[in-house]
Design a protein around this ligand. Structure first.
Ligand SMILES: [Zn+2]
Ligand SMILES: [Zn+2]
Length: 293
């Protein structure tokens, strides 16, 4: 049975509550993120984007060369819907910690004046860091917060685009790379299932793809002697894979060790203590700093 990672907004709310009960230390954080996740899943149902078309010839070249199907700048997004979510997330952030709340209030005040959400979205996909630097400087806000709100507003469009594009990926063409076959980004999480099945989850578009059980996606190391893992007693559903080839780590969720539903963005947030521990042990995250929570 394939694990269902596509949850509805109500299912997301439910699983967030379950994790909050199990991990009270994350309660405040999950109150905030849980509302964002639920808003994103609601938003998905309203998004209208035309599926990206890739010719058979292009698809075959990409697959045989092991190139991702698209580059990040090619993602399509529903601008009005992402803009609406931008407001929702800013308003949620206004209820969060004081620094985030102050930044969110400044962003809301500047919309349509200094800030045009559509430009932020295109800027993010095109890697236009100077645009973010300029706005953050002008409004005296954190660039990370501006990036966080923009990315999370775009995320439902990105996932939908990735879902549509996944139709071009065929089971008979194994993907042996450590980056996302849709957009080329590194994985943020790995999921283990029955029968030795392992999936990697993209840190940008959240597409999931199958990977070998012993394989470091960051350096493509297949040697089991230089890869190990640790886990905390009492939290057996999580483990952290460590690679001595590149000194990077990747968190893994073992679906066989939990009865609850699994929602990758929630798993990523509610296991940040494992990131700290892996870093203390001298390993680095394999995802870009901007994508780390
Ligand atoms: Zn991706
Ligand atoms: Zn490695």
């Amino acid at each position: 049975m394939t694990l269902n990672l596509a949850l509805t907004s109500d299912q997301v709310k439910k699983v967030v509550e379950t994790v909050k009960l199990n991990k009270p230390v994350y309660a405040d954080m999950l109150d905030f993120y849980g509302k964002i996740f639920a808003a994103q899943e609601m938003s998905k149902g309203r998004i209208q984007i035309q599926p990206l078309q890739i010719s058979e010839e292009m698809r075959n070249v990409k697959v045989s060369e092991q190139f991702s199907l698209i580059a990040i700048k090619e993602f399509l997004f529903d601008e009005p819907e992402a803009g609406r979510l931008f407001f929702v997330i800013c308003n949620l952030a206004k209820e969060a910690n004081p620094k985030l709340a102050a930044d969110a209030a400044a962003i809301l005040k500047a919309v349509d004046n200094v800030i045009k959400p559509g430009e932020l979205f295109s800027g993010l996909l095109n890697g236009e860091d100077p645009l973010y630097e300029k706005i953050a400087g002008e409004l005296k806000i954190s660039e990370t917060t501006l990036g966080f709100i923009s990315y999370n507003s775009l995320k439902p469009s990105l996932s939908l685009c990735a879902d549509q594009l996944s139709a071009y990926l065929k089971k008979e063409d194994p993907w042996l790379k450590g980056y996302c076959p849709i957009c080329g980004s590194p994985p943020v999480l790995s999921i283990l299932e029955d029968g030795g099945k392992r999936s990697l989850i993209c840190s940008f578009c959240w597409h999931s793809w199958s990977a070998k059980r012993v394989f470091c996606p960051y350096c493509e190391n297949l040697d089991s002697k230089t890869q190990h893992y640790f886990y905390n007693e009492g939290e057996k559903e999580f483990r952290v894979d460590l690679c001595d080839g590149c000194k990077k780590y990747l968190k893994a969720l073992d679906a066989r060790e939990t009865e609850r539903m699994i929602y990758p963005p929630l798993e990523q947030i509610s296991s940040l203590h494992l990131d700290y521990k892996a870093k203390e042990m001298g390993y680095e995250s394999g995802i870009p700093l901007a994508m780390q929570v």
